[in-house]
Design a protein around this ligand. Structure first.
Ligand code: C2O
Ligand code: CU
Length: 524
């Protein structure tokens, strides 16, 4: 991070830090301070942080939704201890952090009556679910924001088996950080698999016992994203689950953090296999070492428990290791023998991926370059990161983050052939086609770092990574592109409508890093 500091200072971009003003006034909106943005001055106000009268959040509960049923989903304000040792003001779906785990059968349609009881607008986005465009939850693209006290009826269809999730699509930097995220597990009716354990990975940035300041008028931490100081698994700073000796358990791991990538490994197991990435099963279970999950990415991991002892899920960043969860063998339970992973989902994945895999190496339809613009007066071509780029930033320097807002940082997806970027991009893609994109993340951009790129409404194959064939082809909806890397993806255009693609670091999305793609209905 330090490399950027000199660069910003040289460019006159360092804002006057007003540390005293960053503390929210008790219960109020008057902690404003002035921020020079090269033009006028913006008054920044904070959000209410009071907890008086709020109910305590409950842990995630699983709810099974039958085809044709209606489910009420309410976002509201709760109190919850997110690891700082006291209950603070947080957001919850149906009073739960994380939100309820929704379990459905593939092919189901469920009506979700969403109600917004939050003091800011919201929507629900069904991440990775190929549903009708008008229920996609993208404000300004598929629907209007749902205001405080208002409702919106989503009709959600679940065509694909696998692991998905839901979250708001308004001020994700704030709403997701405060707890709004829930898993969706889509089963195949009549098929059994190992016992599933949800592992929702998150982090939260705490200062003086409360969340670091959010502003109403600007998104802070816009450069690197809001990396947390406290790790959370299923909304709590530590997580344990009990298992039988020898049991095969299936971990449903999702990264719902704003910005932090997790590098997940499993220690102490009798065996570990990678089963699926995002919503898509691999063509066969694969030997597992570790997996890096960017924000919004998921991994399904099978763990065969030893006869005794603990299995630990560990995050390894740069030079540190942090425990994410502990699976304990309960020796009083009978020993189970491992039936192996069911083969059917992998066989279906193999068959449905084959047409996209056969396109490997064919010309791409578009190129997306990932870069950043720092204020309007920035001299071009300085590339302060040149020669220093690391593929993945495991930690962020938070002291500077407050000063980097969407007013002075613009993150960019640019198509060099079209000479267009972000909102200027809206590709036309015929339904039924396989549409290929090369995503490049140059190591010499003004601030090279990883970006998890997500496409709404369709699924895609990650075809190549740094010009080599992807060893784990699967249907994905998000792909993390490290600094200095290049990936090609093959989008299966099946779902008509206009859809967002964007970086899933919440603050990068807020700082402009999104474009659109319109799948046109096939004639006839
Ligand atoms: Cu999960 Cu547009 O995002
Ligand atoms: Cu990004």
């Amino acid at each position: 991070m330090t490399r950027i500091l000199g660069f910003l200072a040289a460019a006159g971009l360092l804002l006057v830090p007003l540390a005293g003003c960053m503390t929210p006034a008790p219960g109020g909106d008057h902690a404003g301070h002035n921020m020079g943005t090269g033009g006028g001055e913006a008054r920044l106000t904070t959000f209410d942080r009071s907890v008086a009268g709020l109910p305590s959040a409950r842990p995630m509960e699983e709810v099974r939704l039958e085809n044709g049923s209606t489910f009420a989903l309410t976002a509201s304000v709760v109190r919850h201890d997110a690891g700082g040792g006291k209950e603070i003001r947080m957001f919850a779906y149906n009073g739960q952090i994380p939100g309820p785990l929704l379990r459905v059968d593939a092919g189901s349609t469920v009506t979700v009556d969403f109600r917004n009881d939050l003091p800011l607008p919201s929507t629900v986005h069904w991440h990775g679910v190929r549903l009708a465009q008008r229920f996609d939850g993208a404000p300004g693209v598929s629907q209007k924001e749902v205001m405080l006290g208002q409702s919106f009826r989503y009709v959600v269809t679940f065509p694909d088996e696998g692991l998905f999730w839901y979250h708001p699509h308004v001020r994700e930097d704030l709403a997701q950080e405060l707890g709004l995220a829930g898993l969706i597990v889509v089963d195949r009716a009549g098929e059994e698999g190992p016992r599933e354990l949800p592992i929702v990975l998150d982090d939260v940035l705490l200062r003086d016992g409360d969340v670091e300041t959010f502003w109403k008028e600007a998104v802070n931490f816009a450069l690197m994203g809001r990396y947390g100081s406290t790790f959370l698994t299923n909304g709590r700073p530590s997580h344990e689950a009990a298992t039988s000796p020898g049991e095969r358990v299936r971990l449903l791991v999702a990264n719902v953090a704003n910005a932090r990538p997790f590098n997940v490994s499993v220690e102490g197991a009798a065996s570990v296999e990678l089963i699926a990435l995002d919503g898509g099963f691999l063509r066969a279970p694969a030997p597992f070492g570790s997996v890096i999950l960017g924000p919004a990415e998921r991994a399904t991991i099978d763990v065969v428990m030893p006869a005794s002892g603990d299995v630990r899920l560990v995050h390894r960043g740069e030079g540190d290791a942090r425990g994410l969860a502990t699976l304990r063998v309960d020796a009083s339970r009978p020993t189970l023998s491992d039936p192996g992973a069911p083969a059917a989902p992998h066989e279906r994945a193999k068959a449905s991926l084959s047409a996209a895999i056969a396109r490997s190496g064919t010309p791409v339809n578009a190129t997306w370059d990932l870069t950043v613009r720092l204020a309007h007066s920035m001299p071009g071509g300085h590339g302060s990161g040149a020669g220093h780029a690391v593929p993945i930033e495991w930690e962020s320097e938070t002291a500077m983050g407050m000063q980097m807002t969407d007013a002075n940082v613009t993150w960019i997806i640019r198509d060099p052939a079209l000479g267009k970027e972000n909102h200027q991009l809206n590709y036309t893609v015929p339904e039924g086609s396989l549409w290929r994109v090369r995503i490049r993340n140059p190591a010499d951009s003004p601030h090279p770092m990883q970006h998890p790129i997500h496409l709404h409404g369709q699924r895609f194959l990650v075809d190549t990574i740094d010009r080599r064939a992807n060893p784990y082809p699967a249907w994905r909806d998000t792909v993390m592109v490290p600094a200095g890397s290049e990936v090609t993806i093959t989008i299966e255009a099946t779902n008509p409508g206009t859809w967002l693609f964007h970086c899933h670091i919440s603050e990068h999305l807020e700082a402009g890093m999104e474009g659109m793609l319109t799948v046109t209905e096939a004639a006839g």
